[in-house]
Design a protein around this ligand. Structure first.
Ligand SMILES: NC(=O)c1ccc[n+]([C@@H]2O[C@H](COP(=O)([O-])OP(=O)(O)OC[C@H]3O[C@@H](n4cnc5c(N)ncnc54)[C@H](OP(=O)(O)O)[C@@H]3O)[C@@H](O)[C@H]2O)c1
Length: 502
């Protein structure tokens, strides 16, 4: 367990959705697990004029909503004692000075300060500038760190502009750019699976691997985030950040050690070696679509009729849109290990199942005994089930020489294992000063550099977008991006799971 200095977490946007659902409950769980230092305070900052008592009552609502089975009263008391509120109305020119005066009370607020900016992306730079203006980023006597929520820019120029604004006031070591996927233990396991096992490294290359699929599918639609989603789309929302980071962990070279610098250096090298998608040959490399009305499986296993994406937009007055709710890409990595191996990355809403997985198909075995013989697959499933599954061919007992596929499938999580939300580990890392699971600006830039040309080309192409029925599998037309005819989308990882050609 790493030591955490006494510190104050200053939470901007504490009344927002992310804070209510993830941050406050996450901090509470860290407190319950004894992971917060004794001297640690939380100062929530919001525009509204709210008393400390009213704010604490609101936090209780957040906890009651999250922990339906109740919680420990002693921990609750301790957690409440850590929590304070500061009103920062945008109309008050002295708001940040008042905040600085409040934080100056060392008997309440330890002077190491971690700022969590859980606010609109347009507010990131102005908040940093104002904190700097009142000396609250000065590290002369204590550390000062700023966590920037996702997204860091909406394209390369805006990411670079944000970087230029905040680095007027912050050193790189003070900036924590979040990609909450990296806080998932199953994602961290990719690196361990690769490098803590002797058997994988020799076959982790273009000599043995036929292709890799990185999938994030959901049964959910865009919900009440219609406007946000329509301005963003699947490519920017999921691929630019989470899925490219996943790809980097799957494909990067072994870092020299597990220091944040070494891991980031390898991820950056890998991201920079992904070949740009040729915009003049886009249709062979990328495919987009939107969900139409259909029926999806809901939590209890029942079906539910749902509207199509364009209908949902129409209900809020948007009459046309080419924004994708399905995106599939084929990427190649220009290095000796991966030359020629397609990496298929796809994400979609309103699919028949929700699943996040890395599926790796190996090349044909040297000995082909019959037509039924399948290629080996290795799958690392991230959610809903964290597990590793390997499919190998084995002889069917009997007189004939015939094979069938054996599934070696092991859950990664055991009943007694801690269940940690990704935001809990990221909050802890922020306070510990460990940036391993946060993004370096070079990673963010490399990711936007890859996505920008596709985003632009898709936005400019106003022809009707392919429609897929909500609750269905990948549109058959998406197979246009496959390099060879025997490749197909891999689905559920469940034992005896399906393996359908799309
Ligand atoms: N929600 C998620 O699951 C999620 C997931 C990934 C990333 N994020 C990122 O996390 C950040 C926060 O997301 P969120 O969903 O919590 O946002 P949110 O609910 O819309 O708002 C966060 C806070 O921002 C303040 N705010 C809202 N509208 C404002 C306005 N017009 N002017 C000034 N302040 C305003 C509000 O605080 P006060 O009124 O108290 O000032 C609000 O509590 C965003 O950058 C988002 O991209 C969120």
């Amino acid at each position: 367990m790493k030591k955490i200095d006494p510190c104050t977490l200053v939470l901007f946007g504490a009344s927002g959705n992310l804070s209510r659902v993830k941050l406050m409950p996450g901090l509470f769980r860290l407190d319950a697990a004894g992971r917060l230092p004794d001297h640690m305070a939380i100062l929530s900052v919001g525009r509204g004029d709210v008393s400390r008592e009213a704010w604490q009552a609101d936090i209780k609502v957040m906890l009651d909503t999250k922990f339906k089975n109740g919680y420990d009263e002693a921990v609750f008391k301790r957690f409440m004692a850590r929590n304070h509120y500061h009103a920062n109305p945008p109309t008050d020119p002295d708001a940040f000075k008042k905040m600085q005066a409040k934080l100056a009370d060392e008997s309440v607020f330890p002077q190491n300060l971690a700022y969590f900016l859980s606010v609109r992306p347009t507010d990131f730079a102005p908040i940093v500038e104002q904190l700097s203006g009142v000396g609250l980023l000065d590290e002369t006597n204590h550390w000062r760190r700023v966590l920037i929520e996702k997204p860091f820019g909406t394209d390369l120029p805006s990411a670079q502009a944000l970087q230029a604004s905040i680095t007027k006031h912050l050193k790189e070591s003070q900036i924590y750019r979040i990609d909450h996927y990296l806080g998932k233990s199953a994602l961290q396991n990719i690196m361990l699976t690769r490098f803590a096992n002797t058997m994988f490294e020799p076959i982790w290359n273009n000599q043995y691997i036929d292709h890799v699929q990185i999938t994030n599918n959901e049964t959910l639609g865009v919900g009440d985030r219609t406007e946000f989603y329509n301005n963003t789309g699947a490519l920017r929302d999921m691929v630019q950040s989470h899925l490219l980071q996943t790809l980097a962990l799957v494909a990067m070279e072994k870092p020299q050690d597990l220091s944040p610098e070494s891991i980031r250096a390898e991820k950056v090298k890998l991201l920079q070696s992904i070949e740009p998608i040729p915009v003049d040959d886009l249709n062979k490399h990328v495919f987009r679509a939107q969900y139409a009305a259909g029926r999806v499986c809901v939590g209890d296993g029942h079906g539910e009729n749902v509207h199509g994406y364009l209908d949902e937009l129409a209900s809020v007055g948007v009459t046309e849109s080419v924004t994708e709710t399905y995106a599939a890409l084929k990427l190649f990595i220009d290095n000796p290990r991966w030359k020629g191996v397609p990496f298929y990355v796809r994400t979609a809403k309103r699919m028949h199942e929700g699943n996040t997985a890395i599926s790796i198909r190996f090349k044909k075995a040297p000995m082909q005994l019959n037509d039924e013989q399948h290629q080996n697959w290795l799958m690392l499933n991230i959610q809903p089930r964290e597990c590793i599954k390997m499919e190998i061919e084995s002889k069917i007992p009997g007189l004939d020489i015939a094979t069938r596929t054996l599934s070696i499938d092991s859950p990664q999580r055991q009943a007694t294992d801690e269940s940690i939300d990704s935001y809990e580990s990221l909050l802890l890392n922020l306070m510990e000063g460990d940036p391993s699971l946060y993004l370096h600006i070079s990673e963010v830039e490399a990711q936007w550099r890859l996505m920008d040309p596709i985003v632009k080309a898709w936005a400019a192409d106003k022809s009707p977008v392919h429609q897929y029925i909500a609750g269905s599998r990948d549109p058959a037309e998406s197979s246009v991006i496959f390099e060879s005819e025997d490749q197909f989308w891999r689905y559920s990882i469940e034992l005896n799971g399906d393996k359908h050609q799309s």
